[in-house]
Write a protein that binds this ligand. Structure first.
Ligand code: NAI
Ligand code: MG
Length: 357
């Protein structure tokens, strides 16, 4: 198969880990007779420096013409005090909105070799395997008005959702539950928020279309507690934008490191942007020690969801398991009697696995 992939390295370690994904994909293409072509564009702080905007029109145009997009990370202290339209994060919010990427999937699965590294007890995390489906283009992060009033001492952020926006994300989540363990937890705050009341109504209506899926409604505060006391009780979680943002970072403790969590942001037709959950990690950027596995697992999600290459996606995932089982890891992970290596060496181990497979 022939696929054209746009690479958006962004800032900090985004620039480093994107090479790892490209290397792994190139090796896979050789082994499985695909042609992957790559085109690199600027986003985030790097784009602000070069083009005076965090999302240049040329970047957006290239993404619209691609089969899929891989993104590293954006942001860093250099741009922290820039005016809001020049903040790197604006580039990320804008590209999600412009490309219509309303469904953010964040699979969270414990890796056997890393169980002991979680601050939670091993018996609590050991069977956790869940998928967070977060609504990505509505809610508080896209509120209007969002403003300061009365000399800046009063502030307004609005949380708006339409029935259509809720229906399409809930529908998506039901479909993922159907191909997993058929259990859906819808997280809201329906005891207080109007948006959550409509959310709950929609889930109740949709449920009839998916009779094989069990549905539980859970308030976000108790869901946050349950996520770390009984993570194995979750299969698919569906929730609005901000709740999903917070819960998915919380869920990252189950995997032992932020450097292990991939994500997919999808449109209705399956087009997607894939990125690690972590940020640009300015504290370790440029040192060649970033963990490339979240980025590589994001590439695996791309193969699965956008290209329907199930076998190739599984090989990448297996490669990650295998290098960890062999004890190879970057400094953010702790493996007892393991071999600590840099980004490039760990990537080479992944590529070796793909070639020997
Ligand atoms: P961060 O995720 O960049 O880093 C948090 C901690 O985890 C740091 O100690 C970092 O060294 C470590 N870490 C993260 N990814 C790692 C990896 N792959 N390998 C090894 N260690 C890793 O979050 P932080 O520090 O809150 O934010 C830094 C910058 O990134 C900020 O400008 C923030 O706005 C931006 N950011 C961007 C995101 C994105 O592009 N999607 C998401 C989150 C933050
Ligand atoms: Mg976040």
């Amino acid at each position: 198969m022939k696929k054209h992939i746009v690479l958006l390295p962004g800032d900090g370690i985004g620039q480093e880990v994107i090479h790892s994904a490209q290397g792994a994909l190139t090796a896979l293409a050789e082994e499985y007779n695909h042609t992957f072509t790559f085109e690199t564009h600027d986003i985030g702080g790097t784009a602000v420096d070069l083009h005076e905007t965090p999302l240049p029109p040329s970047t957006l145009e290239a993404c619209k013409n691609a089969d899929a997009v891989l993104l590293g990370a954006v942001g860093g202290p250099k741009w922290d005090n820039y005016p809001s339209h020049l903040r790197p994060e604006k580039g990320l919010l804008a590209i999600r909105k412009e490309l219509g990427l309303f469904a953010n999937l964040r699979p969270v699965k414990g890796f056997k070799k890393l169980l002991h590294a979680s601050p939670l007890k091993e018996e609590v995390v050991k069977d956790s395997d869940l998928l967070i489906v977060r609504e990505l283009t509505g809610g508080l992060y896209f509120g209007t008005p969002s403003e300061r009033r009365d000399n800046g001492d009063a502030v307004v952020d609005t949380l708006a959702y339409t029935r259509h926006e809720i229906e399409r994300i809930v529908d998506n989540a039901f479909k993922y539950a159907q191909i997993r363990r058929k259990h859906l937890t819808s997280v809201d705050k329906a005891n207080v928020l109007e948006s959550s009341k409509l959310w709950r109504e929609v889930v109740e209506e949709k449920k009839a279309e998916y009779p094989d899926v069990t549905v539980v409604h859970q308030l976000v505060d108790s869901a946050a507690m349950k996520l770390i006391t009984n993570p194995a009780s979750f299969d698919v979680i569906v929730t609005e934008n901000m709740f999903g943002d917070i819960l998915s970072d919380e869920a990252s403790v189950l995997t032992g490191s932020l450097g292990m969590l991939p994500s997919a942001s999808l449109r209705e037709d399956g087009f997607g942007l894939y990125e690690p959950v972590h940020g640009s990690a300015p504290d370790i950027a440029g040192q060649g020690i970033a963990n490339p596995l979240a980025m590589i697992l994001s590439a695996s999600l791309m193969l699965k969801y956008s290209f329907h290459m199930e076998k190739e996606a599984a090989v990448l995932e297996e490669a990650v398991h295998s290098v960890l089982e062999d004890g190879y890891h970057t400094g953010d992970l702790h493996i007892i009697d393991g071999h600590k290596v840099g980004t490039e060496e760990l990537t080479n181990k992944i590529i070796e696995f793909i070639k020997c497979k």
